[in-house]
Ligand binder design. Sequence first.
Ligand code: PMP
Length: 468
Amino acid sequence: MTTNPVVPEMPDTLALQAQDAAHYLHPFTDHTQLHSKGSRMIVRGDGIYLWDSEGKKILDGMSGLWCVNVGYGRSSIAQAVHKQMDVLPFYNSFFNTSNVPAVQLAAKLAELAPPGFQHVFYTGSGSEANDTNVRMVRRYWDLMGYPDRHVIISRRNAYHGSTMAGASLGGMSGMHEQGGLPIPGIVHIGQPHYFDDGVGMTPEDFGLRAAGWLEKKILEIGADKVGAFIGEPIQGAGGVVIPPDTYWPEIRRICRKYDVLLIADEVITGFGRLGRWFGSELFGIEPDLITFAKGVTSGYVPLGGVLVSDRVAKVVMDGGEFTHGFTYSGHPVACAAALENIRIIEEEKLVERVAEDTGPYLRQRFASLAAHPLVGVAETCGFVAGLNLVRGKAARLHDQLRFDPALGVGMVCRGHMFNNGMIMRAVGERMIVAPPLVMGRAQIDEMVALIRFCLDRTLEDVEARGWI
Ligand code: PMP
């Protein structure tokens, strides 16, 4: 791998923290809490590691924000971006114009997408891509002569972005509470969360039951009013919720039965994360629309979009002007970065590696954490993994004793991870990772050893506080 040799000069951390506190409104952040400690300045990345402004090395188990699939410091992406900026830094695709990287990337995406996808609509982010889905689904049904089919069904605890439509599609109650969401025409059903909701059932039976909630909702609303169902193949921000194998085939069957469009939000699961180019292939989803972002450029520059199936694309293209688009749709620099990123994924066979080698190895090593006294379940799928912190173990999954969510045990654990050079995210009591796809076997060993060490520190801490 060619990595970037540039090592920046260390900045003045305290001065930067003061400026940060004075001027920077952070996303999804409690600023009182942030300012009590000050932001950690991340100054450099190389491979799977980051460095902060104090020179501390950190293993990035989250690939930034589920996006740096090819790892940090890829100078060939920097060079592709530099070259494109010199040649043509920007031009729009609105007025019968196009640009070389946008066209080449569209063709490449059509080649990589599941069968039946020949078109792409570009956006600047995953949120914008999901907004595009809402507008495109409604436009499609208008053109088909069914203007009433405008309701979109999503799931509780889903994450589909932060714009008005994205946050409405998402099923995060904390987001809905701020700003009067969801917007009209978006409703939610339960999620396929076996650990939380599958008490007394086999995973297979629970998968069918959770998919059945979709049919119930369609019948309740009236099939003639439902335009689409949207779901992440695996819920990422919701805590790496891996559905039972029976779930997606049944969802597909129900969508077909009622002619409801199926949208797979692959912002996290696309571009190799599950050992396939798209997670839809792994789960047999066969969607009509696929949301992508993050891994398409490995996060080096912002880019998102929707892969549009032939069924939908034909209607939308034959229907006159679709009055939707962004200044940065098909941004040449972002598309150039994506082309180089995809070239790297192909050259280094990262998708195959995750499927055949490092993914199974991660599964085996991560599963060993289930022996830890604090861990209830430890599971992986490709290169996402999650474990549940429990107060008491039991032979049967649903008999395990949970922590009171108000204690914030996950955040305590996350603190120990951070202090010991490991980034692992906490979603309630669920601890999750989604490492860069370049992570090798030795680095998986290193990560699992670090996690185990931090679980030990968490256990000591939890015992000292009398929580166990
Ligand atoms: N969909 C999913 C599944 C995501 O995980 C995210 C971001 N984490 C989004 C949409 C929104 O993407 P963005 O933050 O690029 O708008």
